[in-house]
Design a binder for this molecule. Sequence first.
Ligand code: ADP
Ligand code: ZN
Ligand code: MG
Length: 495
Amino acid sequence: MTAQAVETGDLATVIGLEVHVQLETDTKIFCGCSTDVGDDEPNTHTCPVCLGLPGALPVVNEGAVEAAVKVGKAIDATIPEETNFHRKNYYYPDLPKNFQITQYDAPVCQDGELEFSVEGERRSVSVRRAHLEEDPGSLQHKGGSIDTADYTLVDYNRAGTPLMEIVTEPDFRSPDEVRSFLAKLTEVLEYLGIFDATRDGSLRVDANLSIVEGEEVAADGSIGEEALESANRTEVKNISSHKGAEKALAYEETRQRNAIQRGRVVEQETRHWDESKGVTLSMRSKEEEKDYRYFREADLPPLKVSDWKERLSIPELPDARRERFREEYGLDEESADKLTSTKEVADFFEDVAERFDPGLAATWVADELLGELNYRDMAITDVDDRFDEIERLVELVAEDEITTKNARETVLREMLDDGDAPTEIVDREDLGKTSGDEVRQAVEEAIEENPDAVADYHDGDDGAINFLVGQVMGKTGGSADPGDVNQSLREELDG
Ligand code: ADP
Ligand code: ZN
Ligand code: MG
């Protein structure tokens, strides 16, 4: 360690990720067992293949490979002529075969890239590879945590769930970049329809972090191969959320920088993120590739996938859709961002925009609906069976049958809180917009009943009109349009 490295300003943070995502397929990756496990009894979604019984043979799930190729298309990766599977050998109780079927030298996706933005700035991260593998089972530690439990149970329901491991180059320079990247990655995977972020454990991140001397960073932000390889790095495991990744890495960054400043050497090791304590803990020295004795999985033939890239189509991705929304519907950046935040929101917006004015559709979906959902901690998917009703509400506003204020403050809120249909609420609360005749009658009454205010108005006291508007609004139960009332009053008084 040189003397300059002691200055914090002279150090740079380097981060690379290995992200495991669960692919949404009906069945497991090498057998016919359902992946829809939910809270079912442990070990009820198992068969000889995913239990690793002798003689059972794996068959690859075409849907999982298709999902992987779609990811490859989305990140502009190279799909090789032929992909194949390997055995990664290690012993752990959640792994009944004592090896995991994964990919090694011919992963299904190679050399991709994903763009994202951090605080308005565009960044890009290279994806070295993305490969398919099977998830192990899960362990339940009873009476304590992994190191203090009385005993441990194993559940193989998860064993064989298809995973994709996405390995980035060490291109990140800060924990907040990682958080933004994960948000973008999740968004893209959800658009592809192959990933469910709400599913427990559907995203797991191993985050590698090292500190290198600032002088190793070139003007364009890149760092030489040699410096990256010689830097001692830690790999933090057990991260399961975007926020968790940012927190774990911020902790690790501070820990390593402090060690270096005190002249200590950072150990190359695997660490465990303890979410509840907010710390990373040393787990074991880092295993190396040779420890796993990779060799070809002879029970699975190689797969020719080169033409799958053309055969499979993927939907318009968030960035492209955002751009198109801005151009086609004239939306500002903020609305376009909100309206493309998930595919469901974007699809619903386009349905509404097709029927009504796009500006009105944007206001009702981006501001009113998402605002009210957000307030209630609800997601668009919680109301996707009520899209017709929400469109009906927009229609009531578009056709001037109820006021915007009532639609927003009463109907939409009651729809979400009580589950009633918009027309039901309009009838019950008597919100139907007052007809022109009723308004005219209320105006005449108000003028007749308030001669003082009328006199004030004629004396040039313009404030008197507000008082009269208030009277009319009271008579119509708030369902008249205040602007219209104001106008009819003036016509009546001036005429
Ligand atoms: P290993 O062979 O030890 O698994 P890899 O080269 O396969 O290492 O990289 C694994 C992960 O570590 C990748 O996500 C990569 O971006 C990251 N990585 C590599 N070098 C560094 C470094 N110096 N600092 C932080 N992360 C790194
Ligand atoms: Zn099975
Ligand atoms: Mg590796």
